[in-house]
Design a protein around this ligand. Structure first.
Ligand SMILES: Cc1ncc(COP(=O)(O)O)c(C=O)c1O
Length: 385
């Protein structure tokens, strides 16, 4: 459940009392601008731009980076569909890549899927689990590709002392109802590159030319409206105070729960790319039926059964159907692209054997410890069936 309360009521009340609901009305003194400054400091990036969704953060990042028709963008086969559809919005096409047992993009398959037309990679940090960013960045550098991190599900999470979303050339956060901090709907683009930031700001606001922004020789291009209102900014500014405590609670609860789930020969914790700072937890089994049985426990979900995050269910992508036949990115692609249900069979196999375990960040630690023991018993039962 989203954590909202008095802090948010207070900030919202102030915005309403001031009667200035446009984010640009109060300049740097506005809540949205102050939220951006706080998030930039927290994630150690030079630039943050708040937008109205994580999907639009991805689209804005792609547009800012100059990705467009003819380009291929590598996307994992396990993610929310928006990661795969975002490239279509700028005229590029998504190419699906397997995940490995870390449940994030598999560097080996990633490299296999690179073609002369590949321009970018969207590694997705699912379930607060970081991708193997060192390897992703190394591959990207070697092949001269851009990296746009989809950190929508991992706001505030770190990887080897760096913030997810701040490692690639650009990053995208979501603040929808289910995310680590929330304004109901919302998102942010992160980058250290001033030119990308200027382009992102232009793209997300058709009125950017009249706001007195520094343009640094970037010619004005047509933008769209992905702005947030000051109401969103007020909620997000208040939410920032909740982020670090949430991450700390997730970390301590993850440690307790993970310890209880180790030591079985029929399953193991899903490998984590920075286990010392882990705030997400999944268990991987040898047998999908055992995973299915464990998933009957409370707070456990077998990943293949979540459906919506599995590429085989992305109907619009498979149909390659856009809102207008002439606005069809596949006709601009440099080769025929087809999607088949077995194209990422390894992902399907891994998801059928993996369960996520929710960590209950709002429960007191003694309750989490009792729950961890109950989960251990459930695991034992599943393995002995
Ligand atoms: C991995 C991932 N990418 C992108 C998005 C899109 O975010 P939004 O719902 O804010 O558009 C989500 C949202 O669920 C997500 O989980």
């Amino acid at each position: 459940m989203p954590r909202v309360g008095l802090r948010e009521i207070y900030s919202l009340g102030r915005v309403v009392a001031q009667g200035q609901l446009l984010r640009y009305a109060r300049g740097d003194r506005g809540y949205t601008a102050r939220f951006e400054a706080r998030l930039a400091a927290r994630t150690q990036v030079d630039h943050v731009l708040t937008v109205n969704s994580g999907t639009n953060a991805l689209i804005t990042a792609l547009a800012a980076a100059g990705i467009g028709p003819g380009d291929e963008v590598l996307v994992p086969a396990y993610t929310w569909v928006a990661s795969a559809l975002a490239p279509l919005a700028v005229g590029a096409v998504p190419i699906l890549v397997d995940v490995d047992e870390s449940l994030t993009i598999d560097p080996t398959d990633l490299e296999r899927k690179i073609t002369p037309y590949t321009r970018a990679i969207i590694p997705v940090h699912m379930l607060n689990l970081p991708c193997n960013m060192d390897t992703v960045m190394e591959i990207a550098t070697r092949h001269n590709l851009l990296v746009i991190e989809d950190a929508c599900q991992a706001v505030g999470v770190s990887y080897k002392s760096r913030s997810l979303g701040a490692i690639g050339h650009l990053g995208a956060f979501s603040f929808n109802h289910f995310k680590n901090i929330t304004s109901g709907e919302g998102g942010a683009v992160l980058t250290n590159d001033a030119q990308y930031f200027i382009r992102a700001r232009m793209y997300h606001d058709p009125g950017s030319f009249m706001r007195g922004h520094e343009r640094c020789n970037e010619p004005l291009f047509a933008g769209f409206n992905f702005r947030v209102s000051e109401l969103t900014g007020a909620v997000l500014h208040a939410q920032m105070a909740r982020l670090d405590p949430l991450i700390r609670r997730l970390k301590s609860r993850r440690a307790v729960t993970a310890a209880a789930l180790e030591g079985f020969d029929f399953c193991r914790l899903s490998p984590h790319h920075d286990s010392e700072n882990a705030v997400g937890l999944a268990v991987i089994f040898d047998d999908p039926e055992v995973a299915k049985s464990f998933a009957t426990a409370r707070g456990v979900e077998r990943l293949i059964d979540t459906g919506r995050h599995v590429y085989t269910n992305w109907e619009a992508l498979f149909a390659k159907r856009s809102f207008h036949p002439k606005m069809d990115p596949y006709q601009w692609a440099n080769r025929d692209i087809e999607y088949t249900t077995d194209m990422c069979a390894r992902t399907l196999d891994i998801l059928s054997r993996s369960c996520r375990v929710t960590l209950g960040p709002d429960y007191p630690l003694p309750v989490v410890k009792a729950r961890a023991l109950a989960l251990r018993r459930a695991l034992k039962r599943a393995g002995s069936q």
